[in-house]
Design a protein around this ligand. Structure first.
Ligand SMILES: [Zn+2]
Length: 336
């Protein structure tokens, strides 16, 4: 399907917005082949950190989608400014939305635990933030000396470290935080799409997992209604230029199998913020922009619409539709 690139929005001609350095990724990060076609194009609609036009490409061999070129590693502090919402979520979002998110998180963990053969005695959360899942698992019986977290924002880790949780500010690839073959459960929610080379990351996690242990991984799902509606540029799940690898359930399963793990369950979580950002970007940047209308769809600060889209996507998930957030569980084979 040919991709209709939207014209460059005038905002991105602002000389105050930098053109940033990029790195070519000529080989498919999933299968290693070098033939691909343009899948989508766009700008940093959300944070306007760079004026570059960005491009997602799709592998002709395995259909994996990745950002090519992507921002150079030297530009990470530009594309993740200190105001990035993931760093101070609880202070920016309405307290009712924070409470609702907590309830959704507990429900998510419950649905994961329902698929395990035994109660986990050790746990790792990759991208653990303020440690909310470490605390959930402590209540489920994981002692703090086997309750691990990795997080790249050092400031949020201090209180966790003092409280005796096993946390470190390290990339998985470089980390020695966890003994090999020791973990019963690993969670990685909305992290893999930010990673430059997912293969070695999943393989490293697999070496840390105990035989029979489970990895639960959640990431944007390309095979969803909102993705199809906003395919060419505005889909919120693109999170341009901060998402570098994008999956369907099929390509995600291949990524896990390549690391020696067996996919055992696929679930769909709410993708409400992708719906909202898609609507926001479309209204804000397409043709005759409607910035005031667009603001209603900004998930940060628009409680009524956030609640509406969360309910809508929760309902769709319950009715068996594939939402734009896929959660896959994969087991390390016994005897591996
Ligand atoms: Zn490929």
């Amino acid at each position: 399907m040919p991709v209709a690139s939207p014209p460059r929005p005038a905002e991105f001609d602002n000389p105050a917005i930098p053109e940033i350095a990029t790195t070519d990724v000529p080989l498919c990060p999933l299968c290693g082949q070098g033939r691909f076609h343009t899948f989508a194009t766009g700008y940093d609609y959300e944070l306007q950190t760079s004026r570059n036009e960005w491009r997602f490409v799709q592998c002709d061999a395995c259909s994996h989608v990745w950002l090519n070129p992507r921002p150079a590693i030297s530009t990470l502090s530009t594309i993740y400014p200190t105001t990035y919402y993931a760093y101070n979520y609880a202070t920016k979002i309405n307290p009712i939305a924070v409470k609702a998110k907590e309830m959704l998180d507990v429900a998510k963990m419950k649905s994961i635990l329902a698929h395990l053969k035994r109660a986990p005695r050790s746990f790792l959360d990759v991208g653990c933030g303020d440690g909310r899942f470490l605390k959930v698992m402590e209540k489920k019986g994981v002692p703090r000396e086997r309750d691990y977290g990795l997080e790249l924002d050092a400031a949020v880790l201090e209180p966790l470290k003092k409280a005796g949780y096993q946390v470190a500010c390290e990339r998985i690839e470089d980390s020695t935080l966890v003994p090999e073959c020791s973990l019963d459960l690993v969670t990685m929610f909305h992290v893999i799409e930010h990673v430059d080379d997912p293969g070695p990351v999943i393989r490293k996690l697999a070496t840390w997992m105990a035989p029979g242990g489970v990895l639960a991984i959640e990431t944007p799902n390309l095979d969803a209604l909102d993705q199809r509606l906003f395919h060419d540029s505005y889909w919120g799940g693109y999170h341009i230029p901060r998402h570098w690898n994008l999956y369907t359930a099929k390509t995600l399963a291949r990524q896990l199998k390549d690391a020696g793990l067996e996919p055992v369950a696929t679930m769909y979580q709410t993708g409400h913020s992708f719906w909202m950002y898609s609507m926001h970007h479309w209204m804000r940047f397409e043709g005759n922009p409607h910035p005031r209308l667009a603001r209603l769809f900004d998930p940060i600060g628009s409680l009524a619409f956030l609640a509406g889209f969360t309910f809508w996507d929760k309902l769709r998930g319950l009715l068996g539709f594939r939402t734009s957030a896929v959660l896959m569980l994969a087991r390390k084979p016994e005897g591996a």
